[in-house]
Design a protein around this ligand. Structure first.
Ligand code: PLP
Length: 393
């Protein structure tokens, strides 16, 4: 394994003890007492009272009429792919600059991910590239809200509407973000969220699917429940509990939901703390960006972020390697993000590209993420000082 990949694996997995890791999941509220209650109540399977409470909070936060708790964003994306009725011959337009799960969900249905380029300011999918990639085979667009900043959803919704295509938000990183005042999760037909340990609020592993089309709700319940009509049966709407469609086991345990509920209750405090750390990074690196020494991502004025990530774009891959190593020497984890999927072994095998992916190729080589987690306090200043020294030498 190349050394650079090994370093990232260590940083993300927490195998290597950094003084200041890139991410530090925290207990921030009632996690212990809710899990204790869950243990004492003895209902450990899914769909109990903690799941219902999480789903109801998520509906409020996203403005979505129906939210299902699932065991990961990967699961939510797989469900979305089934709900889009994807199959062999179908195409789904998606960025190459994303996590594997966005494309894997498509490939698992036998359909083809069509990779398009991203915008240089946000690293979100480029609507012009999407418009050019549409063919009669296009069934869906899977857009990612990178770093918690929503993609250009109005332009994407217009394309989707014009061609009768389903629009899916990969909102893994975007709970609490807004686009033109509307919450992430309410912007597409379907939206997938992650509560993995690297996310703003976490249950270790976890996810949710927001369903904004009434005609997809019943099937979503079936797919989450192993392809059975269990939920209709318990609601008294079906006489027998039986196998009715394809599906899998996508519900999380109640103990997972208990932890998530405690974290969701604190989400606003987490976002406001992370945004204030991100703002400190922003002002500390603005002069270097103005001098052309680095580039920073630019949040469009109509987007409200959630402080999920703060990235620097360095000059090139060699400089990035040196920066990561220098920061590593001071005990600070600064991993890169995403090997573009179109250049990965599985991406080459299962996907195809539309147009040039120059922005993706150039910026993915230059990007590092700075440590950002709840309650960093003065640690932000240590990261800033060390990073500025590394950039000036
Ligand atoms: C854009 C994106 N999509 C999907 C996922 C998968 O999330 P999970 O680990 O909850 O399956 C991630 C995880 O980091 C992600 O960043």
């Amino acid at each position: 394994m190349p050394k650079e990949y090994e370093e990232v694996l260590n940083q993300v997995s927490g195998l290597k003890p950094f003084d200041i890791p890139f991410n530090r999941p925290k207990l921030i509220g009632n996690e212990r007492s809710y899990i204790q209650q869950g243990l004492e109540e003895g209902f450990f399977a899914g769909n109990g009272r903690f799941t219902v409470a999480c789903e109801s909070l998520l509906k409020e936060m996203t403005g979505s009429p129906k939210v299902q708790l699932v065991h990961s964003c990967t699961a939510a994306l797989e469900m979305a792919a089934i709900l889009c009725d994807l199959g062999p011959g179908d195409e789904v337009i998606t960025p190459s600059f994303t996590f594997v799960s966005t494309a894997n969900a498509v490939v698992m249905r036998g359909a083809t991910p069509v990779f398009v380029d991203i915008l240089p300011n946000t690293l979100n999918i480029d609507p012009d590239a999407v418009a050019k990639a549409v063919t009669p085979k296009t069934k869906a667009i899977f857009a990612v809200h990178y770093a918690g900043v929503p993609a250009e959803m109005d332009a994407l919704a217009e394309i989707a509407k014009a061609h009768n295509i389903i629009l899916v938000e990969d909102a893994a990183q975007a709970l609490g973000s807004k686009y033109n005042g509307r919450p992430a999760g309410s912007l597409g037909d379907l939206a997938a969220f992650s509560f993995h340990a690297t996310k703003n609020v976490t249950s270790g592993e976890g996810g949710a699917l927001a369903i904004n089309r009434a005609d997809l709700v019943e099937r979503a319940d079936v797919i989450r429940d192993k392809g059975t009509n269990r939920s209709q049966f318990f609601d008294g709407l079906a006489e027998k509990y039986t196998w009715v469609d394809i599906g899998s086991s996508y519900s999380p345990s109640e103990l997972t939901a208990a932890m998530l509920l405690a974290q969701l209750e604190q989400m606003e405090a987490v976002i406001s703390d992370r945004l204030s750390s991100a703002a400190r990074y922003q002002s500390a690196f603005t002069d270097l960006a103005e001098m052309g020494r680095i580039d920073l991502l630019v949040r469009p004025v109509h987007c409200q972020g959630n402080g999920h990530l703060f990235c620097l774009l360095l000059r090139d891959e060699a400089e990035r390697r040196k920066f990561i190593a220098d920061m590593d020497n001071f005990g600070i984890g600064t991993p890169f993000h995403y090997v573009p999927l179109h250049s990965s072994p599985a991406g080459r095998k299962y996907g195809k590209c539309s147009g040039s992916l120059t922005v993706t190729e150039q910026l993915a080589e230059r990007l590092v993420r700075l440590p950002l987690y709840y309650n960093m306090g003065e640690t932000v200043d240590r990261v800033i000082k060390t990073a500025r020294n590394a950039l000036m030498n």
